[in-house]
Each structure stands twice: as C-alpha cells, then as structure tokens.
Ligand binder design. Structure first.
Ligand code: SF4
Length: 221
C-alpha cells in the first residue's frame, strides 16, 4: 500500500538543491507548443535540432508552418525522430491553432483551461502530457504535468502504484498545492532535473535531494 507523497517537502528539497529552473526552454509560446509535440519519445537535444531547423527556414510561426506540405513539415522535423508520425500530430495542432485561435497563442491563455484541455486532447496524437505541457507552459494555465520522471519518482518512493493513471498522479499534486501556474511550472521542471541527474533508469540515490525520503532511507531498486 502506497503512502501519501509529501508534495510540499519534495518541492522544497528540489528547489533548495537546484534553484529556479526558468522553464520552458523556448523563446515563445509557439515554440513551446512545437517542442511539446516533438518531445514525445525522444531526447530534448533532438527537439532542439528540429526547432533550430524550423527557425533557420524562417517558418517558426503558426501560419507559416501550417502552410507547409506534409512532406516539407516531415523534412523539417526529421531530427526529432518518427517524423512522419510527429508531422501528423503537429499538423493537427497547427490546424487547431490556426482555425480556432487564428494562430494567436495569446488566445489559448484566454480560453477556459477545462475547455482548452478537452479540445487539445481531442486532437490527433495529443495525450495528457502534451496537452498539459501546452496548457502550463504556453498558456500559463495551472495544469500539472506528469511525465515519466514524475511517475518514476513517485513509484520508487512507494507513493504511487505502477497501475496509477495519469489523472490519479496529477490529482496528487493538484490537490496538495494551490492552483498556481508558476508553482506548477517550477515543480515539473525540478522533477525533470532530479530525473536527469539521479532518477534515471538505474537510480543514483546517493546524494539525491530526495534520498532522505526513500522508504526506510534505502536506495531504490
Ligand atoms: S532518491 Fe533515488 S528513487 Fe528517489 S528520486 Fe532520487 S534517485 Fe530517484
């Protein structure tokens, strides 16, 4: 039986160890959206290469990217991997952004968050992590992002069962914290940081800021 995670203490320990992360690593809300779609199942470095190519082609703009043919879009995002699949997903998001919001990312922030989340989840290839990343980092809606690192940390500490759903994990954070977009932003970024530094496939618990929160303070398996 899992125990409740000390949500606030986890945040405090990570922030004390790593400091503010200044996320999302992008210059504009639209760049966040493109990155959130392309990052599925790949390393961030590959996304950066794809975005750099889009920038140097002068089409990092909702209308310009939306006007490209499927083949042109595929070619541009090739560095992000599984580019045919991702081009289709990105095209669906671009169509939504252009047709429902006139290509204006500020309009996303003005859309009620529940409605925006439902509309994003209805798009081809957009799952909860991508939708919440767009909500939080592009539109500043307080929607907590659950990613593989979050799940791993929670499970290894005995705070969540492997069968827990995305929504169950999200509720752990959203019920324990004030609904505050900057706080959710920082928290997710800090979890990614501990995931990259310590909570990898093989955990490196020694020296991890969350080591003292392990069950019995023993390293995780
Ligand atoms: S203490 Fe171990 S299990 Fe916990 S977050 Fe750090 S690396 Fe992961």
């Amino acid at each position: 039986m899992e125990s409740a995670p000390p949500i606030r203490e986890i945040f405090d320990r990570l922030l004390a160890a790593y400091g503010p992360q200044g996320w999302w690593p992008a210059e504009t809300a639209f760049e966040v959206i493109v990155g959130a779609v392309l990052v599925q199942n790949t390393r961030w470095e590959n996304v950066e290469r794809a975005i750099a190519g889009i920038k140097s082609a002068g089409v990092l703009d909702p209308h310009a990217l939306h006007r490209l043919s499927a083949e042109e879009l595929q070619e541009l995002i090739r560095p992000a991997g599984v580019f045919r699949v991702k081009a289709k997903r990105l095209a669906a998001v671009l169509t939504y952004l252009v047709e429902e919001h006139n290509g204006d990312t500020a309009s996303l922030a003005q859309t009620p968050s529940g409605q925006l989340r439902r509309e994003l989840l209805a798009l081809h290839g957009v799952g909860p992590e991508t939708a919440d990343s767009i909500l939080l980092y592009a539109a500043e809606h307080p929607s907590f992002v659950i990613d593989a690192y979050t799940r791993r940390v929670l499970e290894r500490h005995g705070w969540a069962e492997p069968t827990a759903s995305y929504d169950q994990l999200q509720r752990l954070f959203e019920t324990a914290l004030p609904r505050d977009a900057p706080l959710f932003n920082e928290y997710h970024a800090l979890i990614v940081e501990v995931g990259k530094r310590h909570c990898r496939r093989t955990p490196k618990c020694e020296g991890c800021p969350l080591e003292c929160l392990l069950p019995d303070s023993r390293p995780a398996n």
